[in-house]
Design a protein around this ligand. Structure first.
Ligand code: ZN
Length: 321
């Protein structure tokens, strides 16, 4: 058990379509917690800038989960006041290219957070990038202060973004690695209208999605090793759906929160979260906790075989057989 002094940030790292919004809502339902969703997207939501958000889905709603645009939501307006600077003009998300991000991650893996911080003192572009993490931590502190919470849940998912937070405040961040069966993820990524968001003509969208899941998951597992084991937890989406109370109990024990006495509370209309799965963040009810295994019927033997070639080894290594 550890003392809760400064507000903690519980960061959920996962591939897309892995249940991060659900886990965010469950953790944030604690009386001492607050959910924020994909808070790194705050600026893009505020400015209603789909390019900044790299959104492929044109119908994705750019509003807070309370139903209002962020600029008119009283919670975020109050947070901005406490934050002390314009949220629309503050950068919370990297704008660096993939190659640059890979370089930073390689430094982080090789030297750890202390080594990267040292290098950032001497190299201005790196310092500017690490300032994004500092902006986010300041934002999290403002969120905690406005909501009266002791911990904030950030389901920004990206492990690169987590690295920026970890560089900024290694003592305050806690990492939750959320895993889900790659076959379910890849199926969910291409289901219905999502299929058209993938490159057409070459590799089938389902296999592109399987590859993306595999790359993202490998990256998360590799980079999470730089966080001390006492500050990280691994959760499987399937276990979370089967027995959410058990997972919450483990989180409380591990990070020193009082237990979740009343289980998951309905959060419909009461949260102010950004991004994530629209159906879950607007709904926020216990009915969201249902294990979706439709992929088992939907995927053909040929698709399962192709998945096996692309990502089967990793999936089995994670215990999915
Ligand atoms: Zn709101």
């Amino acid at each position: 058990m550890e003392e809760i002094g400064q507000p903690l940030v519980i960061f959920i790292a996962s591939a897309s379509r892995s249940g991060s919004t659900l886990l965010d809502l469950l953790l944030g339902s604690h009386p001492l917690g607050v959910s924020t969703g994909e808070v790194r997207r705050l600026q893009g939501f505020l400015l209603q800038d789909r390019r900044l958000l790299s959104l492929r889905d044109e119908d994705y709603p750019l509003i807070c989960s309370c139903g209002k645009p962020i600029g008119q939501c009283s919670f975020w307006m109050e947070v901005e006041k406490t934050f002390g600077a314009s949220l629309g003009e503050t950068v919370f998300k990297t704008r660096q290219k993939r190659i640059w991000r890979s370089l930073l991650m390689a430094f982080y893996l090789a030297w750890g957070p202390a080594g990267v911080r040292l290098l950032a003192r001497a190299w201005a572009p790196l310092r500017q990038e690490t300032e994004i993490g500092l902006n986010c931590i300041r934002l999290h502190k403002a969120i905690c202060s406005v909501s009266g919470a002791s911990f904030v849940v950030d389901s920004s998912k990206s492990i690169y973004h987590y690295v920026l937070l970890h560089l900024a405040a290694p003592e305050l961040v806690r990492l939750m690695v959320l895993l889900r069966d790659g076959r379910a993820v890849a199926y969910s990524m291409v289901r219905g209208s999502r299929a058209k968001h993938w490159k057409q003509g070459g590799m089938p969208p389902f296999l592109q999605a399987a590859k993306q899941w595999s790359t993202t998951t490998r990256g998360i597992l590799l980079l999470s090793r730089r966080t001390p084991s006492s500050h990280r937890m691994l959760v499987k989406y399937e276990d979370l759906c089967r027995d959410p109370a058990k997972i919450l109990e483990e989180v409380a024990k591990r990070w020193g929160f009082p237990p979740w006495e009343h289980g998951f509370q309905e959060t419909r209309g009461q949260t102010h979260i950004i991004g994530g799965s629209p159906s879950i963040r607007f709904e926020g009810s216990a009915s969201s906790i249902e294990l979706d295994e439709s992929w088992k019927q939907a995927l053909s033997p040929g698709e399962l075989e192709a998945f096996e070639r692309v990502a089967g080894r990793l999936n089995r290594k994670l215990g999915y057989t």
